[in-house]
Design a protein around this ligand. Structure first.
Ligand SMILES: O=C(O)CCC(=O)C(=O)O
Length: 264
């Protein structure tokens, strides 16, 4: 499979509309890839909290429209990163959208772990409650978003639902770049799965972004890693390696399910 991760530069000197047009044409340039991946909240920036409410869009809003067309023009599966979604009841979610090569919405995932503790996204957005997997022609994808990367149980849940390749969109800060790389490799090794993790470049709302989008194989080796700036990271990978790794080193079969949590 060929995947292209588009590490978009998100900063404040570009309007949301022009960024959307620019990203759509970058997606079109990836014709020939099997899967294209965009980062988290690339319209507003993941830390532009004050714009979440004003820039929020319904699931079938302008980003959906532009990305559905870009996916079908390029003939690729497109994980279009996430949008600030305004749900019909008025609440906000950080929602990832995946389009098929014919431009149909194939999956939507509302971020489960919201970042910020008692501030920012954690108070402004609602939490998703459903794990999402999606069967592509050559691999089953499990979807996660940014801060989710810190919660291994979410990825185990995705493995139990059949995931072989994790696709994660992010707006990860430079300050914690070491965690990003380490956690992406850990999720790959412990689940014997590919990790395709696409972040942003640039600085928005005063938060420098880590960039360094990364693709890790089921053995934990880094297949490709971006630099700090805007970049298209393209990688070829063999999805059948998930099954062979799980067969040859069957650690997942040794999971002890149903362990009691010790009482304090
Ligand atoms: O966990 C982190 O360090 C970064 C998480 C984050 O920036 C997010 O989820 O938006």
């Amino acid at each position: 499979m060929r995947a292209s991760l588009i590490q978009i530069r998100v900063d404040e000197d570009e309007s949301v509309d022009s960024r959307r047009r620019r990203v759509a044409s970058l997606v079109r340039e990836q014709a020939g890839a099997d899967l294209v991946v965009l980062p988290e909240l690339w319209t507003t920036g993941a830390f532009a909290f004050e714009s979440f409410a004003t820039a929020a869009e319904p699931l079938e809003g302008p980003t959906h429209e532009a990305m559905a067309k870009a996916a079908s023009d390029a003939g690729v599966w497109l994980h279009a990163g996430s949008i600030p979604e305004r749900a019909p009841d008025g609440s906000l979610y950080n929602t990832s959208l995946v389009f098929s090569p014919s431009g149909d919405l194939a999956a939507a995932y509302r971020k489960i772990h919201r970042f910020g503790f008692d501030k920012g996204e954690a108070v402004l957005m609602g939490a998703g409650s459903e794990l999402v997997t999606l069967g592509l022609p050559d691999t089953t994808v499990g979807i996660a978003t940014c801060y989710d990367l810190r919660f291994p149980e979410l990825f185990r849940g995705l493995v139990d639902a059949g995931a072989e390749t994790f696709v994660l969109c992010a707006g990860w800060p430079e300050r914690r770049r070491a965690h990003w790389t380490l956690l992406a490799r850990a999720r790959a090794v412990e689940n014997q799965a590919y990790v395709l993790a696409c972040g942003t470049a640039g600085t928005h709302a005063g938060v420098p972004q880590a960039g360094h989008s990364i693709v890790v194989d089921p053995w934990g080796e880094v297949l490709a890693e971006a630099g700090p700036d805007e970049e298209v990271l393209t990688v070829e990978f063999d999805p059948t390696r998930v099954a062979t790794t799980r067969e040859q080193f069957p650690a997942l079969k040794d999971r002890l399910l149903g362990l009691e949590t010790p009482r304090r």
